[in-house]
Design a protein. Structure first.
Ligand code: AHG
Ligand code: MN
Ligand code: MN
Length: 340
């Protein structure tokens, strides 16, 4: 059997045999993939299934919830709480840490997820995704322990995303590189199509919401201005720019053809700490990007080393090709040294 015909579950079983990974992790990764398949299926019929549009409700971050944010969240809960290997779940769409109902067995794993990323794109039929991060606690917590899940990204044991685009893909790391799977509609299974994804060290494409330029810090302004200056500027080459407004789509593009993605702290989001959430956006994407040979930083520190204070904490994000992130960090250092 060639690699391209391997199903996701075969891949997980093969990894388990080769690397002696924990059986419970395989169970959980299988449950997550089932949730992603169910979400993909729900998205497919769009307006026909009356799943588009917003609800009256807001999530804990003050964002209006889309119908599909809530539907996707429920799918994750339903598919994963049953697994018997989870201690708790954390979701963008739930105010509090979700304790596993007592009718299910409890385990040592914590699943942190963004059930639907890029949800502003749903109503205009542009790609969205789901993002997940998995932590393993030292033991099964006997009480509902809030602090037990506040672990840094370096302790993740797996992370990934599903991209609901022209095809549905699942991209995964368990700390042994990054692999991509495409949903085969004929058999209803993900199949390995992108083996051992690696990011080029240099890039000629950047991603940032430039409508916020007036609020950026000087090091971010400097970085983007130099890219835009093209072949006659200090970089001596042309850069292309893309902004989908779905982090999953942006990260997927960077994994496959290089580039950088920035959602920096700025004057407008400074009080919140940035835009993207550490637990279920920044950390899992940082893990994937690093595993593919790239880098992920706030501009001032490695994202995965941040000690979390709260489940919905936001952080500045810069990730992608290694040399570009190193340059951006240097611009921050130079600026901070000059202003202190
Ligand atoms: P979510 O839909 O889960 O709230 O996340 C949206 C995020 C991310 O996917 C994207 O990169 C960014 O927010 C888009 O921000 P702008 O609205 O500033 O474009
Ligand atoms: Mn998101
Ligand atoms: Mn979301």
């Amino acid at each position: 059997m060639t690699d391209t015909s391997m199903t996701y579950i075969q891949f997980l079983l093969d990894e388990r045999r080769r690397l002696d990974t924990d059986r419970d992790l395989t169970t959980l990764l299988h449950s997550v993939a089932t949730a992603c398949k169910a979400i993909s299926n729900t998205l497919k019929n769009g307006a026909l299934a009356d799943v588009l549009g917003s609800l009256e409700s807001e999530n804990v971050q003050g964002e209006t919830q889309k119908k599909l944010d809530v539907i996707a969240n429920d799918i994750f809960l339903q598919r994963c709480e049953f697994s018997g290997v989870l201690a708790a779940m954390v979701s963008e769409e739930m105010d509090h840490i979700y304790d596993i109902p007592s009718r299910f067995p409890k385990g040592r794993y914590v699943l942190l997820f963004d059930p639907l990323d890029g949800s502003s794109n749903i109503d205009v039929n542009v790609s969205v995704g789901s993002i997940f991060s998995i932590l393993r606690l030292p033991e099964v917590p006997d009480t509902n322990s809030y602090d037990a899940v506040l672990r840094p990204g370096v302790e993740q044991v797996a992370a990934g995303y599903a991209l609901y685009g022209p095809s549905t893909m699942l991209v995964l790391t368990t700390g042994n590189g990054v692999n991509g799977f495409t949903l085969d509609g004929n058999i209803g299974e993900f199949r390995l199509t992108h083996h051992n994804i690696t990011i080029p060290e240099d890039a000629a494409e950047f991603s940032i919401n430039a409508s916020r330029a007036q609020w950026w810090e000087p090091p971010v302004q400097r970085y983007v201005e130099e890219c835009v200056a093209g072949a006659n500027g200090p970089r001596g080459k042309y850069f292309n720019m893309r902004w989908v407004a779905s982090m999953v789509a942006e990260v997927h593009r960077i994994l496959l053809r290089g580039g950088v993605f920035l959602y920096p702290i700025d004057e407008k989001n400074r009080d919140a700490g940035g835009k993207l959430r550490l637990f279920y956006e920044a950390n899992p994407m940082a893990y994937l990007i690093e595993q593919a040979g790239g880098a992920a930083s706030t501009g001032r520190e490695r994202i995965m080393e941040i000690a979390p204070q709260s489940p919905h904490q936001r952080v500045p994000v810069a990730l992608g090709s290694r040399h570009e992130i190193a340059r951006l960090e240097r611009y921050h250092q130079e600026y901070d040294a000059q202003s202190s």
